[in-house]
Design a protein around this ligand. Structure first.
Ligand code: ADP
Length: 416
């Protein structure tokens, strides 16, 4: 089956075309045929397209909305220019899988989209006012452009964390607020945490129930998860993706009273406070330079910038704090920690700085393996005799979305 995977953001659409079937999944040899991204939808969009094995194509074009973006993508996919052998017409695209950010308490697994499911995703809009509407625009655009006969599947970023117990997902707020408004920890990056748990299981030849790890997705957004017996039992992102670790522009954990204080001191309203916490904080806010970890490391090395060092140190310390908390929460029954995301996959120096001091819980990094692991490499980066191990698995959320789409389409009867 050729599956179009769509990840619709508020002003962007990322896509991949992946060929998969049950046999290919069993052999772990599903094939990515193409990928790309349209950014700045609503104005002159920046477009990147790449068929597998071909050079990247860059374009700019006026794209007014998500429908126009997906129309552009579909036309390119079937064009002679893209040269994707397996897809020459729209009928060669057999299903569409969507990344949907918020499934609330309603969706604990991937589902085939029908009118009830669309209503369910709409019901979650108030929990993710920027993200879910974009996903819905993508779903509607596909109905419009490919027709109702092409099956669509929703894969939720929150779903993997739906196994958390209430002791992990409830905040210390009055309980009726949870009952009334479903205010609780949901967690995000679920597909990424599920992917690394899956790769870990494969590479270490374990059964799903034997997976006891701490997952660290460190990219622009960052989250830690505690995976016990193969299931997520705690995670650092919360009601929204703002909670937990320090991120590129997000603060992560802060004392909520700071907001009221800032309101009085600087006259900031809720909108301005939200922007402050989500867009002006984190690595960017502390360094005053950039949200980009690679650039911060350069500033530190070349200019000995003190605030770059401070931002990096706070980032690493916060990750370490969550590792410690989860290790204890699991009663020490953690076999390995697993790094992923742009920083986790590519930066030996950040991994090393995070792991400094973790010898107290039995982790000894293998320096040469750590240094050699970047740009898409999977590897074990702890020594053979390290009591607590460490791995790097580059994430691949799109692959899981394609596989879920295939399985759900094969299982679910046609609806609408
Ligand atoms: P997103 O969360 O937007 O998908 P990514 O997972 O691509 O982002 O992560 C982006 C982050 O990864 C940036 O901070 C970037 O600087 C960092 N990064 C990528 N490569 C490296 C590297 N070699 N060293 C340090 N940081 C890196």
């Amino acid at each position: 089956m050729n599956i179009l995977v769509l990840n619709c953001g508020s002003s962007s659409v990322k896509f991949q075309v992946i060929a998969t079937d049950l046999e290919l999944i069993a052999q772990n040899s599903d094939k990515r045929l193409a990928r790309g991204m349209l950014e700045r939808i609503g104005s002159q969009a920046l477009i990147t397209l790449q068929a597998e094995g071909s050079a990247k194509i860059k374009r700019a074009a006026p794209i007014k909305d998500h429908r126009a973006a997906i129309d552009f993508i579909l036309r390119w996919i079937i064009s002679a220019e893209s040269g994707i052998d397996a897809v020459n017409s729209l009928s060669d695209l057999h299903a569409v899988g969507h990344r949907i950010v918020h499934g609330g308490e309603k969706f604990s697994k991937s589902v085939r989209i029908d009118l009830d499911i669309i209503t369910g995703i709409e019901d979650c809009i108030e929990l993710a006012p920027l993200h879910n509407p974009a996903g819905l625009r993508g779903i509607r655009a596909v109905i419009d452009l490919l027709g109702m006969a092409v099956p669509q599947v929703a894969v939720f970023d929150t779903a993997f964390h739906s196994t958390m117990p209430d002791t992990a997902y409830l905040y210390g707020l009055p309980y009726p607020l949870y009952r009334r408004y479903k205010i609780r920890r949901y967690g995000f990056h679920g597909t990424s945490h599920r992917y690394i748990a899956y790769r870990y299981r494969q590479q270490t030849s374990r059964e799903k129930g034997d997976v006891n790890i701490i997952g660290l997705h460190l990219g622009n957004g960052c989250s830690a998860s505690l995976i016990k017996n193969g299931e997520s039992v705690d995670t650092s992102m919360g009601f929204t993706p703002l909670d937990g670790l320090l991120m590129g522009t997000r603060s992560g954990d802060v004392d909520a009273s700071i907001l009221e204080y800032l309101h009085h001191k600087e006259g900031l309203d809720f909108g301005a406070l939200d922007t402050l916490l989500n867009k002006r904080s984190g690595l960017l806010g502390i360094s005053g330079l950039t949200n980009d970890m690679r650039e911060l490391l350069e500033e530190e090395a070349e200019n000995q910038d003190r605030r770059a060092t401070l931002a990096i140190d706070i980032f690493c310390r916060r990750v370490r704090k969550y590792i410690g908390a989860y290790y204890v929460e699991a009663g020490g029954k953690i076999d390995d920690i697993v790094f992923t995301g742009g920083i986790g996959e590519n930066s030996p120096v950040i991994r090393e700085r995070i792991c400094r001091g973790l010898d107290s819980i039995g982790l000894t990094l293998d320096d040469s393996a750590n240094q050699a692991t970047h740009t898409g490499r999977e590897n074990k980066i702890s020594t053979a005799d390290s009591k607590l191990g460490a791995y790097v698995f580059p994430t691949n959320e799109e692959l899981l979305i394609a596989r879920d789409t295939l399985r759900v389409v094969e299982d679910a009867p046609r609806r609408w």
